[in-house]
Each structure stands twice: as structure tokens, then as C-alpha cells.
Design a protein around this ligand. Structure first.
Ligand SMILES: Nc1ncnc2c1ncn2[C@@H]1O[C@H](COP(=O)(O)OP(=O)(O)OP(=O)(O)O)[C@@H](O)[C@H]1O
Length: 240
């Protein structure tokens, strides 16, 4: 399912946090939201998943304007801070969320086994989450986000605090979800993750300063480093 944002605005009190943002992500693409801390990445994701109402503008998934309850069920969301039940096991957490998603009872157990395997937590499925490492919690959060096989997956800094080996494994999972047709929106601070993505949306102070294919974005820089596009934006803001 594709995603279309058109002139989306959001203020918190007197502060405009998302300013006239428009872009389209095609079905089955990975689009990364890039930007310095406070640039509006999490707010934009919360607007897209319907957790926050926009002040103006429209957000559409396929032919349907959001918010829409039927489409909500087809979204997966991995929040920046793990939303897990610490006193439940990995399996217990997945069973709980499987119930929330109304996964059919007959297939629920098999699907839980499948996602545990995908994130390499099968051997730890009975361990309580409070005894998990940070990386294990991230992987469990990912398993929960994909449990109901969403058409669109939103990932808010999914690899923050994750070591490079595990990060590579997690990105391999994202690529395999993309290969199955899932559209993925992923926010990150990690500039080298951008090369894993098809499109890049660069946010700076709530404004979309660039939106293009990753190849074209990189070609716009002298150094081949996407950070340069932010330096240019900060310089032009300082001059104006
Ligand atoms: N509920 C809220 N009430 C008031 N201001 C908010 C709220 N949520 C976010 N903000 C402000 O909106 C701006 C954008 O925040 P947001 O969390 O979207 O940025 P971000 O790019 O995701 O940052 P980070 O990379 O640090 O997570 C910040 O100035 C933040 O303080």
C-alpha cells in the first residue's frame, strides 16, 4: 500500500513542529526519515499512524484517508521506547499482542513461533522480558510489530543502541519484509543506514528539506555523505 502525505502541519502550543510536509512513498519501498534530534521524525510517525491528529493536510494510505480503523489494523509500529510487559515472557508478550490484533487462535501459535525464529529469540521465548538485554528487547519489539503481517511498518529508531552485528541482522529482516511487499517507514540517526533505503525524507526543524531516492540524495553531496545536506540547510537557515 502506498502512503501519501499532503501539506501536513502540526503545532504543539505555539511551536510549529511539522511544517507543510508532503511526500509519497510507493508500496513496497523503504523510506527513511532522517534528521537531527528534535527535527520532528517521531511526531511525523505518530501523525501517520493516527496517534496524533494533524492540524491540517491529509495522510492517505492507498485510496483511504487516515484515520481509518480498517487500515489501522494493517499497520505495524515499533516505538522508540520498547512498549513491552516486563513481567511476561517473550512468548507471553507475543500472545498478548496476538490477542489484541485478533489473530485467529488456530494460527496464532504458529505465527508466534515464526516471528520468534525471525528475530532469533526462540531459545529465549520463556525468559521474562525484565531479564532481557536491550538488543533482545528491540528484537522482541520488532517481532510484535510484524506479528500480524502488516502492509505498512513504522519503525522509530529501531536500531538505536544496537551493536553493528545485530544491526545488520535487523536490517536483513527489514529487507526480507520489503521483498514480501511491506512498505517500511524507518526513522534513524544513523546516517549509514540510509543506503539500505529506497527513499530518504530529510527533516530539518519540522520542514522537509529533501525528498528523493537515496542514490540521488547522495549524488547531491560532494562527499557522498548525507550529513552534508543538513549542513547546507543549517547554513541557509543561519543566513535567512
Ligand atoms: N507532546 C509534545 N508536546 C510538546 N512538544 C512536543 C511533543 N512531542 C514532541 N514535541 C516537540 O516537537 C519537536 C519534534 O520532536 P520529535 O520527537 O518529533 O523529534 P525527533 O526528530 O523524533 O527527535 P529525536 O531524534 O530526538 O527522537 C521537539 O521540539 C519536541 O520537543
Amino acid at each position: 500500500m502506498d502512503i501519501q502525505l499532503s501539506h501536513v502541519n502540526k503545532r504543539f502550543g505555539d511551536t510549529a513542529v511539522i511544517k507543510d510536509v508532503s511526500f509519497t512513498v510507493a508500496a513496497g519501498e523503504i523510506c527513511c526519515l532522517l534528521g537531527p534530534s528534535g527535527s520532528g521524525k517521531t511526531t511525523l510517525i505518530r501523525l501517520m499512524i493516527g496517534a496524533l491528529p494533524a492540524d491540517s493536510g491529509t495522510i492517505q494510505f492507498g485510496d483511504t484517508e487516515m484515520p481509518n480503523m480498517a487500515i489501522l489494523k494493517r499497520l505495524g509500529f515499533m516505538p522508540q521506547n520498547d512498549a513491552l510487559y516486563e513481567d511476561l515472557s517473550a512468548q507471553g508478550n507475543l500472545a498478548f499482542f496476538g490477542g489484541l490484533y485478533h489473530l485467529p487462535k488456530r494460527t496464532r501459535e504458529a505465527r508466534i513461533a515464526e516471528v520468534l525464529d525471525m528475530v532469533e529469540l526462540t531459545d529465549h521465548k520463556r525468559k521474562l522480558v525484565k531479564d532481557f538485554s536491550g538488543g533482545m528487547k528491540k528484537r522482541l519489539s520488532l517481532a510484535i510489530a510484524i506479528l500480524h503481517e502488516p502492509d505498512i511498518l513504522f519503525l522509530d529508531e529501531p536500531t538505536a543502541g544496537i551493536d553493528p552485528v545485530l544491526r545488520r541482522k535487523i536490517w536483513a529482516q527489514f529487507q526480507s519484509l520489503k521483498a514480501q511487499g511491506t512498505t517500511i517507514i524507518v526513522s534513524t540517526h544513523v546516517m549509514d543506514e540510509v543506503v539500505e533505503c529506497d527513499k530518504g525524507a530529510l527533516l530539518y526543524n519540522g520542514r522537509l528539506i529533501e525528498y528523493d531516492t537515496v542514490d540521488r540524495l547522495l549524488a547531491k553531496t560532494d562527499s557522498g555523505r548525507i550529513e552534508d545536506l543538513f549542513f547546507a540547510a543549517s547554513e541557509s537557515e543561519a543566513r535567512s
